[in-house]
Design a protein around this ligand. Structure first.
Ligand SMILES: CCNc1ncnc2c1ncn2[C@@H]1O[C@H](/C=C/CNC(=O)c2cc(-c3ccc(F)cc3)cc(O)c2O)[C@@H](O)[C@H]1O
Ligand SMILES: [Mg+2]
Length: 214
């Protein structure tokens, strides 16, 4: 039977990365997706921008919307201080199965909680079911038309505090026009665009960093 792209990405990790070494997992996925087959990981170029924002925020609690194979999940978690927690939401069970194995290969199970389900259903449960107060950092990388509604939902659920940082992938390609217009025009956000390229290509893309002002 045919393997899926996420299964082939997991295979590349198991063949080329060292168990317990998150950076080797990140490198293995980037090499596979650059040389064998493209996949929608944030990738190495935008990944360096992601790394710098994570290091600057030094978050105790992180939310990721859209796990896929766990590339950015592992990349972020590898930079977190001890006792920091990353909750990542994924509603495709097949992708979740792969991501759990990528996370395990990296040895980051203790820092990462992968929750299966849709962000719209899970965000309202964050406080009482997952014991979250607010998120220091949110990485948005799921369906592009869900960035704005989910941001408004996080505000309504009191999950953002003064200084919470939203980092959004793909604001140019595929693009998130309604989200971009909102965070750039709202007086409650201070936004900054980090120009880069679509993962593994020369096409323009970028990350938008938006600080919630409370
Ligand atoms: C229903 C909304 N809530 C959700 N809750 C939980 N998980 C969700 C949700 N949406 C989507 N997901 C999951 O997030 C992932 C979806 C990501 C969508 N990303 C993209 O479409 C994307 C697409 C491209 C891209 C760019 C150029 C192209 F030519 C082709 C593709 C590049 C990227 O970096 C991307 O992130 C999947 O794992 C999906 O199952
Ligand atoms: Mg993306």
């Amino acid at each position: 039977t045919q393997s899926t792209r996420p299964q082939r990405i997991l295979g590349a990790v198991q063949q080329n990365a060292t168990r317990g070494d998150p950076r080797s997992v990140v490198r293995a996925i980037d090499q596979y997706c650059r040389n064998q087959e493209w996949a929608m990981n944030v990738g190495d170029e935008k990944g360096c921008i992601l790394d710098s924002v994570v290091s600057e925020v030094n978050p105790a609690t992180v939310l990721e919307l859209g796990t896929y194979c766990g590339y950015s999940t592992v990349r972020i978690a590898s930079l977190l201080p001890p006792h920091a927690k990353l909750i990542t939401l994924e509603f495709n069970p097949e992708f979740a199965v792969i991501a759990r194995q990528v996370i395990a290969w990296a040895g980051l199970e203790d820092k990462i909680q992968l929750v299966e389900g849709a962000s719209g259903d899970l965000i309202p449960k964050m406080k009482e079911q997952f014991g979250v107060e607010t998120f220091d950092l949110v990485f948005l990388d799921h369906w592009k038309d869900r960035y704005l509604p989910d941001t408004k939902l996080m505000e309504e659920c009191g999950l953002l505090r003064k200084g919470s940082v939203l980092l959004a992938d793909n604001v140019i390609c595929p693009g998130t026009p309604d989200y971009l217009e909102f965070v750039r025009s709202s007086p409650r956000y201070e936004s900054q665009y980090f120009k880069s390229h679509l993962e593994y290509t020369k096409v323009e893309d970028g990350l938008e960093k938006s600080v919630f002002l409370g």
